[in-house]
Design a protein around this ligand. Structure first.
Ligand code: FAD
Length: 462
């Protein structure tokens, strides 16, 4: 009898346990349900919708080569799936497990909505380990990254990867499907997504091409990863987020496990698992701080005043007058991605130099990143803000100008802030006012910002 595969962020043919199991059990009906209401303020943002469009198109083509396809439906996922299961007489809905709180609720609701004839089978495989797999000595899930990471490394390597299914049988007749183009995931007027399409190749094959190149480059990662002017990070994040590649595939493909580059890279992959582990324990983490000081005293809220809103907008548009911050914010807008070192600097600038509530930054990243991820984004914003479960403190304030010099960001600034392209190497990190031309002067000095942040923090602690 027919088997439904409920697709979410797992759009790959190989190492996809839900698809693999379904293909063995009977004819397969792959389904993607666009459910915009369920995630509330974390419904997919603009850049995510662009990636989703291309990812569905690409995965649909791969299925097409097997004479299969994706049935596209819109609406409340559990209801849509339960009625589709009735319609096709499905024996089982197979799905990869997801840990965003709205998906956990949807999985429970779906189980309740299914009749006796159909069951829900959930599989792990989007992470090195399912959240909760490693625990502290007292059996609790980890809250702090470092011991979590050690515990994960102790039980690596991850499970073996699964091949693509040998055959995918089609059902006798295909249920109706929406047209992807009618979903309006791509922007039309204005078409702001041209830069994203130019910067990225989408889909599972592109993910593996990227990984093949990364095999030769990972050895330099420990030194190169902090240098935004150089391309020495994997850029696998959107493929991992959308499940176009799995972390187990990456782990097994990178053979030389002794290099420092690999060892540093492995720890970053474990950060991704750590973030899921955090949202599994604290489902509202990307909205609620973990610390107990009075945040109303600490943060400036852009909805509360015109001047604060203006400050926030200058940050969003990359017009703060700090070249490294602006280069990052413009890279984000143009390509849907930002280098990790610059994400840290730009995020820290928002919450400490401008004292704007980290949740506004989290939402802007959510809307503009192609790898926008409920766990990774929330965990990193709280880490930068010093409000999270891990041990970073608010009082550690990054100095954007020295970071820019230290990590040699001149080439990166020239690329993304063309107003400064002629400024000399020595001046580009902080050009004197008369060399700035149309580029704005700094919106606040570092020393002044630092003192304001520290005294606001002191007041908030009470
Ligand atoms: P690499 O350096 O090659 O790392 C390999 C993989 O490890 C990444 O693809 C990613 O899946 C994972 N990883 C690396 N660093 C981290 C990290 N700090 N936390 C969690 N996972 C990590 N990453 C996202 O995937 N989605 C987000 O929404 C996101 N928001 C962020 C917000 C802020 C404020 C900051 C400081 C970081 C954020 N990151 C996020 C983490 C990190 O910046 C990106 O994962 C990384 O830049 C992606 O580029 P890459 O694939 O070349 O990474």
């Amino acid at each position: 009898s027919p088997q439904i595969v409920w697709l979410r962020r797992d759009l790959r043919m190989a190492d996809q346990p839900a698809l693999h199991a379904a293909a063995k059990a009977g004819p397969v009906v792959p389904v993607y349900v666009l459910d915009d209401d369920r995630a509330g303020d974390h419904a997919y943002g603009g850049a995510s919708r662009v990636w989703l469009h291309h990812a569905l198109e690409s995965f649909g083509k791969s299925l097409g080569k097997r004479r299969s396809k994706i049935v596209l439906r819109k609406g409340d996922a559990p209801q849509v799936l339960a009625s589709l299961a009735d319609e096709v007489g499905a024996a089982c809905i197979h799905a990869m497990r997801h840990y965003e709180p709205w998906w956990k609720i949807a999985e429970d609701e779906l189980r309740d909505a299914l009749g006796d004839g159909c069951k829900l089978c959930l599989y792990d495989g989007n992470y090195l380990l399912p959240p909760g797999s490693v625990t502290t000595g007292s059996g609790d899930p980890y809250k702090i990254y470092t011991p979590f990471s050690k515990a994960v490394l102790d039980v690596m390597p991850p499970r073996d990867v699964l091949p693509e299914p040998d055959t995918i049988h089609s059902p006798e007749s295909w249920p109706d499907s929406d047209d992807l183009g009618d979903w309006g995931l791509l922007p039309t007027k204005p078409d702001w997504a041209g830069g994203i399409a130019a910067f990225w190749e989408f889909g599972e094959a592109a993910a593996h091409e990227r990984l093949d190149r990364w095999v030769d480059e990972v050895g330099d990662y420990h030194e190169g990863r902090n240098l935004p002017s150089q391309d020495i990070t994997s850029r696998l994040s959107p493929y991992l987020h959308w499940g176009e590649i799995s972390p187990a595939q990456i782990w097994h493909k990178l053979k030389d496990k002794r290099s420092k580059g690999w060892q540093t890279f492995a720890k970053e992959l474990i950060w991704r698992d750590y973030a899921q582990n955090v949202i599994d324990q604290f489902p509202d983490y990307p909205r609620e701080s973990y610390r107990d000081y009075d945040e109303r005293v600490l943060w400036r809220n852009p909805n509360a005043g015109h001047l604060i809103a203006q400050d926030f907008e200058r940050w969003q548009r990359g017009m703060t007058g700090y070249p490294i911050v602006d280069a990052g914010m413009r890279q984000l807008w143009q390509t849907g991605w930002m280098h990790n070192r610059v994400r840290m600097i730009a995020a820290s600038f928002l919450v400490k130099h401008l004292l704007i509530d980290w949740r506004f930054g989290e939402q802007w990243f959510w809307d503009t990143l192609v790898d926008a991820d409920y766990g990774n984004n929330g965990v990193n914003w709280q880490w930068i803000s010093g409000t999270g479960v891990d041990s970073n403190m608010f009082v550690r304030i990054m100095a954007p100008l020295s970071q820019s010099e230290k990590f040699d960001a001149a080439g990166y600034i020239r690329e993304y802030v063309p107003e400064l392209s002629d400024v000399s190497e020595g001046c580009i990190h902080d050009p004197p006012d008369d060399m700035r031309g149309d580029y704005p002067v700094k919106m606040i000095g570092h020393k002044e910002a630092r003192e304001r942040a520290l005294s606001a923090y002191k007041a908030a602690k009470g």
